[in-house]
Ligand binder design. Sequence first.
Ligand code: NAD
Length: 493
Amino acid sequence: MNQPALQTRLFIGNEFVEALDGSTFDVFNPYDNSLLAKVSEAKQADVDRAVAAARKAFPAWAAMSPSDRGLLIGRLADAIEKDRDNLALIETLDTGHPIRDTRNLDVMRTTATFRYFAGMADKNEGVVIPVDAGFLNYVVRAPVGVVGQVVPWNFPLMFTSWKLGPALAAGNTVVMKQAELTPLSTLRVAELARDVGFPAGVINVVPGYGHIAGQYLAEHKDVDKLSFTGSTATGRRIVQASAGNLKRIQLELGGKGANIVFEDANLDAAVNGSAFAIFHNQGQACIAGSRLMLHEKIADQFLDKFLALARSIRLGNPLDPATEMGPLTSRMHQERVLSYCQVATEQGGEILLGGRVPAAPELQRGCFVEPTVVRARTPTDRVCQEEVFGPFVVVSTFKDDAEVLAMANNTIYGLGSGLWTNNLQRAHLLARHMEAGMVWINCYKRFHPGSPFGGLKDSGYGREMGHFAMHEYTEPKSVWVNVDAKIPVFYPR
Ligand code: NAD
């Protein structure tokens, strides 16, 4: 395997630059924990530089014809598609995602998202409000300004497009901070953006630590909005940090997805879909179906098939196209996920499968965890309530619809959830009552650049994707025109 050329410095004003104090941090390949790159570490002064570049670029970018902005975003999508093998390799080395996924899903979804928002740039339409006679009142959707974006490590490439796409299409300029574990694919996207002609300062990338660069970006007085994807705990810190200038906040936070299988479901489809729901990307997905709820009539039959499938998942070198599950993205996270096996057993849960590092000698240096299936004692156990964010699914059984609905909603989270049934009325009724931003019926973890993505409760607020995201990145501005209004004279003299 050829090591790809990596950009490892901050990207500010269309230039790759060292951090002002020369700091760097190490980025590791989670397959063998070898050093992948030393990346420049942004501190407060570097964030200031990036925000200043974004502020300077804002007026011209906002004033550019929307079609021209769309054209540039479209060119970036084309460049990403052309760079597919290279970007997939970078993402696999940096995150541990199997190459079959980064190549066929992550890069292609990234391209599709940029293309969608390229087309959206000139469809950001306003409205005319029928107000009092003689007045014209129109509302335009104006860009918010300089946007800070803070992104986690689980899908760094894809999230770059989710965040940059609508922000840029709407006419904002951006300072993005990737997670310290996985900054490399975003830096490559920034390089491609420069190459296709984005003006200096429109996109800036400041890799660095959350509590330093991320926190400072959230506090920054000259940042107008902050869009955040990450944990609920960090989301709360960001809301507090934003208070100084009351910047707009959008939060995509954690989840504990309920995935319900009814007695009338197509079992084979449900088994396969439920395995995808939890094991894809090593379970490191906010929308993972991490609580599997089985109707008691089919629970044993379902579990036999599900465990057999989970046992057969091929763990290995993520660069091998046959690998279906790679390592988790960091050693620390591997240890955290494994620690939940102890939490489960301490509370009377039973480990039905996995819960260990795989035995194969070639996997010992990496951050691997076997597909893990745990039977919970009660739905209030910690493993049923806390986000594990790994290949770790907790199984419960239920008797009827009312019981499972209460169980599904018994969580602080409200992001994604799924149900498998052939009963139409039940499906729609449950979808109506499930406390979640997204509900999948006879499928799981589907998304599209046009369909709103986001959550309720402690999963955050605001939506990515589609018109919804364009609204997140714009402010309505109401303009009143006196055409021929008869305005009463207030101060007759
Ligand atoms: P995290 O909150 O630790 O970090 C996310 C990002 O925030 C990183 O870039 C990090 O450097 C930064 N950060 C950390 N502390 C900060 C601070 N004080 N101020 C500003 N930024 C700070 O989360 P993580 O462990 O990287 O990611 C996993 C979490 O993300 C999970 O909870 C997962 O559910 C969630 N997630 C949510 C979605 C969604 O769309 N709802 C998608 C993916 C992941």
